[in-house]
Design a binder for this molecule. Structure first.
Ligand SMILES: CSC[C@@H](O)[C@@H](O)C(=O)COP(=O)(O)O
Length: 519
């Protein structure tokens, strides 16, 4: 088969498993023809075939190979097949997909070689459909959680077509986003020690023409701190019932950094990666690999000979650090799932917003967001969306009294930036900056303390509703009076008919949800 290209990362060819040799990429595209279970097991152990979905499919094809080898046309040596199945299932311990693939193919043993092979090939087709569905769902979620512009995405390891039978999981979602014009750049962790990111993900992104930059694993947290990442997308090797996720070593550190910087952390995986037997991640066996993967680099010994080595291939990310797990069937919110979590952020806001006629004065249609504040996860997602819209462009949050305080605090926490309160008269001890302005109904005055916002600070102004823009324009004047600079305004709801956006021009406005008219 050498010289040919497979349309998938692995398949079946006349009594043999064929697979792209992922050890040789990106320098050489080499195909393996594996005619014995022993060779297939070795290919899985040595990461010639790798990635949870791909090794699951390899396990199923391996059972087909075993039945093929141990059949005389009339009967199958069932003992020998079960022996091979055990070897296959134990080739690597962490990805539950491997056992899933082996046992699913084994269930067709009574149907003989053709039945088992048909099952394995059906699983390849299913994986393609699974990839498409999960990738589309994850892309929708990323768009709903990030600002209305192409996203900067960080990914780890390789979760693309090499790791699956089709477009991939997390990388599939990235390609889907790129197809929708929603990717500015992908930061690719090199993924020490075996460099699946540097060798394989960059290769796949290059072939797909998606802009990307490679970084050392240790640069990921710094990239988030510098506001270069809007979202982290990774795959998984095993997902416990509570949402703890095992994935390539380094994933846990990424999740910690993402939580620190308010960056959404999304896992994309097939349902076959979910392990219903494990209540949480503490029971996941984490593969430890040989010391030579760490002591050397590119075939050159870099550490002193016989250095002791700690080389776990995977880690477990606790559910509490994960924004969402997306499969082909569902979006799981490990921190809690409720009706309010479904749909885009704008739809969720719309569902929780009530318009009240003639309040507080006749002729005014009041937008009551009380329902929004009653949904803690919605507030968290709003805060991440507002902070994400200006990521890397602000170092201070200003919240406007009164309902803006609720949101401003959440944005300050999500972005780890200091918060200043912009208050009505008589609430703050001086010295103060004061501005009076016209309201949609009447006039009002706002104040901030003079020493709160450092000179030259880049300030994100947060409020719940943008109506005429009078309040936010006044808040902007207070910021500039203190020597600061407004980088933009963030609101949950914009009433377009009142043209507040025009009043604030040229300052940028990010609104999660817009309603047409209200007066
Ligand atoms: C769609 S692949 C998902 C995971 O399997 C992937 O992120 C990963 O950790 C792979 O590890 P590997 O050791 O390369 O098999």
């Amino acid at each position: 088969m050498a010289g040919n290209r497979l349309t998938t990362s692995l398949g079946w060819d006349d009594g043999a498993v064929v697979a792209v040799d992922q050890r040789a990429l990106p320098h050489e595209y080499r195909l393996l023809r594996l005619e014995s279970v022993e060779h297939l097991v070795e290919a899985i152990r040595s990461l010639a075939i790798r990635g949870a979905p791909a090794i699951g499919l390899a396990g199923a094809l391996g059972v087909a190979l075993s039945v093929w080898r141990h059949s005389d046309g009339e009967t199958v040596d069932v003992r020998a097949v079960h022996h091979d199945a055990t070897l296959l299932a134990e080739a690597r311990p962490t990805a539950v997909n491997l056992r899933w693939g082996v046992s699913r193919a084994l269930r067709r043993l009574p149907d003989g070689p053709e039945g088992v092979l048909a099952e394995a090939l059906a699983m390849l087709d299913e994986d393609a459909a699974t990839n498409r569905s999960a990738a589309g769902r994850a892309a929708d979620l990323v768009i709903s959680l990030t600002a209305d512009r192409p996203a900067r995405i960080l990914t780890h390891c390789n979760t693309g077509r090499l790791a699956t039978a089709a477009v991939g999981t997390a990388l599939g979602a990235i390609l889907e986003l790129a197809g929708r014009g929603r990717v500015e750049e992908v930061l690719v962790d090199e993924t020490r020690p075996l460099l699946q990111g540097a060798r394989l993900t960059t290769w796949e992104l290059g072939e797909a023409g998606v802009p990307h930059r490679l970084c050392v694993d240790a640069a990921a947290a710094a990239a988030m701190a510098r506001g270069l990442v809007d979202c982290v997308l990774v795959g998984a090797d095993r997902i416990a019932v509570n949402g703890d996720v095992a994935n390539k070593i380094g994933t846990y550190g990424l999740a910690l950094a993402a939580a620190r910087h308010g960056v959404p952390f999304i896992v994309v995986a097939p349902e076959s990666t979910c392990d219903p037997t494990l209540a949480d991640g503490s029971g996941i066996v984490l593969e430890e690999r040989g010391p030579e993967e760490v002591t050397g680099f590119g075939g050159v010994q870099v550490a002193p000979a016989r250095s002791a080595v700690f080389n776990p291939a995977f880690d477990v990310t606790p559910a509490e650090l994960i924004t969402a797990i997306v499969t082909e069937r569902r979006v799981i919110r490990p921190q809690g799932d409720g009706d309010g979590d479904r749909g885009s952020l704008a739809e969720r806001v719309a569902a929780q917003t009530r318009e009240v006629a003639d309040f507080p004065f006749p002729g005014v249609r009041f937008q009551d967001l009380s329902g929004v504040y009653a949904q803690p996860r919605l507030v968290r997602d709003l805060a991440h969306a507002l902070a994400g819209a200006y990521r890397g462009r602000f170092d201070h949050v200003l919240a406007v009294e009164a309902r803006g305080f609720l949101l401003g605090m959440a944005v300050a926490q999500a972005s780890a930036k200091p918060l200043t309160l912009c208050r009505k008269p008589g609430k703050l001890p001086g010295p103060l900056h004061t501005v009076s302005y016209d309201l949609e109904y009447g006039t009002d005055t706002l104040q901030i303390q003079r020493d709160r916002i450092p000179p030259d600070a880049r300030v994100l102004v947060v409020d719940d509703v943008l109506a005429t823009g009078g309040t936010l324009a006044a808040a902007e004047k207070l910021v500039t009076a203190g020597g600061g600079r407004v980088c933009g305004h963030g609101v949950v709801l914009e009433i377009a008919a009142l043209a507040g956006r025009r009043r604030l021009y040229p300052s940028q406005v990010f609104a999660v949800h817009t309603v047409g008219g209200a007066k």
